[in-house]
Design a protein around this ligand. Structure first.
Ligand SMILES: [Zn+2]
Length: 83
């Protein structure tokens, strides 16, 4: 068995486990912490400036995960196509 086949046989199950793990995370916890404000909902307080609400998360401090967003898009397309 050459090196390419060994690498492929090790990489394919690893990618499947990573994908399955991310799907489980998206199902259990659909929202993550906003990366722009680190979950505070406000920006600028750390630098001594007057803080303002975070526009990316609408001052909630959370964001929807990409996998959950894609799942919602797929279910929306399926629902609109089968109605
Ligand atoms: Zn934010």
């Amino acid at each position: 068995m050459d090196l390419i086949r060994i690498a492929a046989s090790l990489l394919c199950p690893a990618l499947a486990f990573v994908t399955l793990g991310y799907a489980i995370v998206c199902a259990v916890s659909p929202f993550g912490t906003c990366r722009r404000c680190a979950g505070l909902g406000r920006i600028g307080a750390a630098r001594g400036l007057r803080s303002r609400p975070c526009r990316r998360c609408d001052a909630t401090g959370i964001r929807i995960r990409l996998g959950r967003h894609l799942y919602h898009q797929a279910t929306r397309i399926h629902r609109d196509g089968t109605r």
